[in-house]
Design a protein around this ligand. Sequence first.
Ligand code: HEM
Length: 127
Amino acid sequence: MSQSESDLLDQLGGMDGVRRVVDEMYVRVLADPELTHFFDGVPIEKLARMQTEFIASITSGDIQYTGADLTKVHAGRGITGVHFSKFCGHLTDALEANNVSSHAIDQVLGKLAMYSDKVTGSSNVDG
Ligand code: HEM
């Protein structure tokens, strides 16, 4: 575990803090008319649990993500870079609402940006 990575999860309030942020993010995502349809029929409790684990895993060396491969789970859904940006905007709002510092928010967004190709992979082909 690297010290700086463990510090980042701490700055998010640990696992409990990340879960609060994730729950708030999905409230915003599901209220967004451009994003909500992607989640029709998706079990949100499991989604929030796996998203919490994922964010914890990229902000701490101690947590392992055990969910589905990100490329596979997002493939064929038509998710574009615009959707990805809006999604990250809702995450930013949720982090701010939970009093996470702007420095820590920048670090989280920087890490998530590395996954944009996996999330939007198929949309280059069929829009
Ligand atoms: C940084 C961006 C994102 C990350 C890190 C992320 C991560 C995840 C994770 C961890 C899961 C759960 C996988 C599992 O159940 O094992 C998931 C599922 C899902 N994601 Fe994302 N996601 C991102 C962006 C998006 C965007 C932008 C959309 C759509 C606009 C989206 C739509 C979905 C849907 C619909 C599922 C549920 C799939 C299912 O259970 O059938 N994701 N995502």
